[in-house]
Design a protein around this ligand. Structure first.
Ligand code: HMG
Length: 374
């Protein structure tokens, strides 16, 4: 049975900070950010936008392309940006989408790796229940302390996709290579808003795990690198993905996978799949029948390499023009406003625009109150 991604969409904040502005204020040569790191803008989140609101926006776009919605009986919300240690962020999304009440919903965490794990769980669920559809959501915002070397690699975004049989976008193949190792390269204790990291160790472990995962994958699948037509990488910043590509897949170009990432920044669990959407939207030739390799890396660490075959007529499922319009209609914020947002000094929920219909309206008695404009 062919199982994989049947419909997919993404979202991010309505606001961004130009890295040229950040470079000026941090007294860094802008070439370091745009060439050395490979990023030109980063998404910044106002108080009324969070992992739930952008997840709902991405998921509502997917719903528009999904028939037999009552077959969705599992929703997995992958995130490392949870604001609640108990209630699943997925329950808010379930409510706004109006999914059936006997749909199983839970959150999944393992740094940036979790949405890839969710995809594999979804595939197993559909294998066991061929008529089921699974909603997978990856949604994250990432913050580092102002002035640290990580600051230029902040960002955020959400991806939503349906996993089902007879997928119209990508059939996920059965072979994969996984590597798990206890490494302190990036972590966020529960009392902190900003992540802590060892940048050099994280880059080293990202590449080391790639070598191991690809080796296992190729051995299991009895393939060589030349059997893979394109590769999408988890992209904490564009240059990391470029380095990984040069390291193992020298003859392939990944420029098309990084178009969106370079202007939204690290979207953690969503990043790998936003790179996939970027490839589908921006690659000029027909990708149908091509084998795509996917490398997911979550600090801490778990990494996985797997592959999929692009479906015939996948172009009918793309939203390229909408995606470009969404990103070009964002608002640039000033450095002063960015600093106030970082310090938590801008707490007015009602003076910012949202990307989608759903807003974080208020937080009362520690309860998050979301409203939908429609
Ligand atoms: P840094 O120390 O500021 O930068 O940290 P650098 O000095 O290493 O410079 C970066 C690059 O810019 C270098 O290129 C420089 O040569 C170049 P490279 O040698 O690497 O090829 N450069 C210039 N280029 C042109 N003109 C110039 C110029 N100056 C320097 N004037 C770092 C950079 C990415 C390490 C930092 O931002 C960081 O630590 N970020 C956070 C951690 C991270 O993203 N790690 C990635 C792997 S881990 C991962 O992917 C998981 C993650 O997503 C979290 C999760 O799983 O949840 C992060």
């Amino acid at each position: 049975m062919r199982i994989g991604i049947d419909a997919i969409a993404f979202s991010t904040s309505k606001y961004f900070l130009s890295l040229e502005t950040l470079a000026q204020h941090r007294r860094v040569d802008y070439a370091k950010y745009c060439l050395g790191i490979g990023q030109t803008k980063m998404s910044v989140f106002p108080p009324n936008e969070d992992i739930v609101t952008i997840a709902v926006d991405a998921a509502q776009k997917v719903m528009l392309q999904t028939e037999d919605r009552d077959k969705i009986d599992l929703l997995i919300f992958a995130t490392e940006s949870a604001f609640d240690l108990s209630k699943s962020a997925g329950i808010y999304v379930h409510n706004f989408l109006g999914l059936r009440k006997d749909c199983r919903v839970f959150d999944l965490k393992q740094a940036c790796y979790s949405a890839a794990a969710a995809l594999q769980m979804a595939k197993s669920h559909v294998t066991a229940n061929p008529d089921s559809k699974v909603f997978v959501i990856g949604s994250d915002t990432i913050k580092y302390s102002p002035g640290t070397s990580g600051e230029a690699t902040q960002g955020g975004g959400a991806v939503a996709f349906i996993v089902s049989k007879n997928p119209r976008i990508l059939e996920v193949e059965s072979h994969f290579g996984v590597h798990t190792e206890d490494v302190m390269d990036f972590w966020r204790p529960i009392h902190l808003k900003e992540a802590l990291f060892d940048g050099k160790l994280s880059a080293h472990n990202y590449l080391k795990s790639l070598d191991i995962c690809v080796k296992i994958y190729l051995e299991k699948a009895n393939r060589t690198i030349s059997d893979i037509d394109h590769v999408c990488f988890h992209a904490p910043f564009g240059k990391m993905a470029q380095k990984a590509n040069n390291h193992l897949f020298k003859c392939k170009s990944i420029n098309e996978t990084l178009v969106y990432n370079s202007i939204i920044g690290n979207s953690c669990s969503a990043s790998l799949f936003i790179c996939f959407i970027s490839l589908l939207d921006n690659f000029s030739a027909n990708l149908a029948g091509n084998r795509i390799g996917f490398y997911s890396y979550g600090s801490g660490s778990v990494a996985e390499f797997f592959s999929g075959i692009v479906a015939k007529n996948y172009q009918k499922m793309l939203r390229a023009e909408n995606n470009r319009a969404m990103l070009s209609n964002r608002h640039e914020i000033s450095f002063i406003e960015y600093e106030l947002l970082c310090d938590g000094k801008l707490q007015d929920f009602h003076c910012y625009e949202n990307m989608g219909n759903t807003v974080l309206h208020d937080i009362t008695n520690n309860k998050r109150i979301y409203r939908s404009a429609t």
